[in-house]
Design a protein around this ligand. Structure first.
Ligand code: ZN
Ligand code: FE
Length: 257
């Protein structure tokens, strides 16, 4: 089982899994990077996983579905402009001997789902769309801060070796904000250096590992004393509730430059 990020638009990744001539893609916002890869590598596309309804995650699905007949899966509670099998928490998808567990992770959109799987003899994989990013989380467009915090908690409980396949290369700008929140976090400092090196060679900073995110990502660390203190310095009227801290952390990120 091989994992490949196909860059699309300015900063999206379409994640592709390949296995013995078969391919699966996640969130193909565009069809061309996928069709080019399939042609050059002589693979058959038989499965498309969609995490949420935004166009940069769904724009290529219909063409790929028509060209290849691939099965399409997506969130049961969102409307998508093509035929698909709707999934919700605890549903399973199988492809080439892999079983994906579906997690409800609302917040960025109301029905956002994520897919987690454990390939044999490899670290687990999480496809989380625009919910969790390296060093950050998605903007809360349709859900509430309480839902997004709950989604962060859901993802934080996955095995720490999980490879987190985020849908955007937002890492460096996220880490800049994370350092404003936790200027003394040494893991963060080290990771910034690594990611700067990767980006200077135009290499992806992803997938990231959940264990690392738990040490550097302020949105997974919103109950840590250092993060609470920083949020209260930014927004002095923040209540002592987890959700208020999280909401103001997200609000701070929204206006951070
Ligand atoms: Zn999105
Ligand atoms: Fe997106």
């Amino acid at each position: 089982m091989n994992l490949i990020p196909l860059p699309a638009f300015s900063d999206n990744y379409i994640w592709l899994l390949q296995h013995q001539g078969h391919a699966l893609v996640v969130d193909p916002g565009k069809s061309e990077p996928v069709t080019t890869w399939l042609r050059e590598n002589q693979h058959v596309l038989d499965c498309i996983l969609v995490t949420h309804h935004h166009g940069d995650h769904t724009g290529g699905v219909e063409i790929l579905q028509k060209q290849t007949g691939a099965k399409v899966y997506g969130p049961a509670t969102e409307s998508l402009p093509f035929d698909f099998h709707g999934l919700k928490q605890n549903d399973q998808v199988s492809w080439q001997g892999l079983n994906f567990s579906v997690l409800d992770v609302p917040g960025h959109t109301a029905g956002h789902i994520a897919y987690w799987t454990q390939p044999s003899a490899q670290d687990p994989l999480l496809f989380c769309g625009d919910t969790l990013f390296s060093g950050g989380c998605g903007r809360i467009f349709e859900g509430t801060p309480a839902q997004m915090l709950n989604s962060m908690d859901t993802l934080a409980m996955l095995p720490s070796a999980t490879r987190v396949c985020c849908a955007h290369e937002y890492t460096l700008s996220n880490l800049k904000f994370a350092q404003a929140v936790e200027p003394h976090n040494q893991f963060l400092r080290d990771h910034v250096i690594l990611c700067q090196q990767l980006r200077s060679k135009n290499l992806p900073t992803l997938p990231t590992q959940l264990a690392l995110e738990l040490k550097i990502n302020p949105f997974l660390r919103s109950r840590q004393a250092s993060v609470v203190q920083a949020v209260k310095a930014f927004a002095p009227h923040t209540a002592n509730q987890d959700v208020d801290i999280f909401a103001n952390l997200r609000a701070w990120k929204n206006e951070f430059k």
